[in-house]
Design a protein around this ligand. Structure first.
Ligand SMILES: [Zn+2]
Length: 86
């Protein structure tokens, strides 16, 4: 065995924590979300054409709809129709 008095085998000093393990969950999030603080996943409500749920026209809401209430068509049941339910 050679002399190893001067240079012993040391782990690299720059590495902190366990090798291969991501540093910290909270820190990881902050690093990427700091720049894009908000509004990356959200859509602004502006610049959005609202459609009336009553008469299907653009530019007004169902609450502010002046048209008489349209007939609400009954929704069809989704999926496979069942025989025994009739
Ligand atoms: Zn309407």
């Amino acid at each position: 065995m050679a002399r190893m008095n001067r240079l012993g085998v040391l782990p690299p000093s720059w590495r902190k924590g366990n090798p291969g393990r991501p540093p910290n969950h909270a820190r990881r999030r902050g690093r990427y979300e700091a720049k894009t603080s908000t509004t990356t996943t959200r859509m602004s409500r502006k610049n959005r054409v609202m459609t009336c749920g009553n008469c299907k026209q653009d530019g007004h809401n169902r609450l502010s709809c002046s048209n008489p209430t349209a007939k609400v068509q009954p929704k069809r049941p989704r999926g496979r129709p069942r025989k025994d339910q009739v």
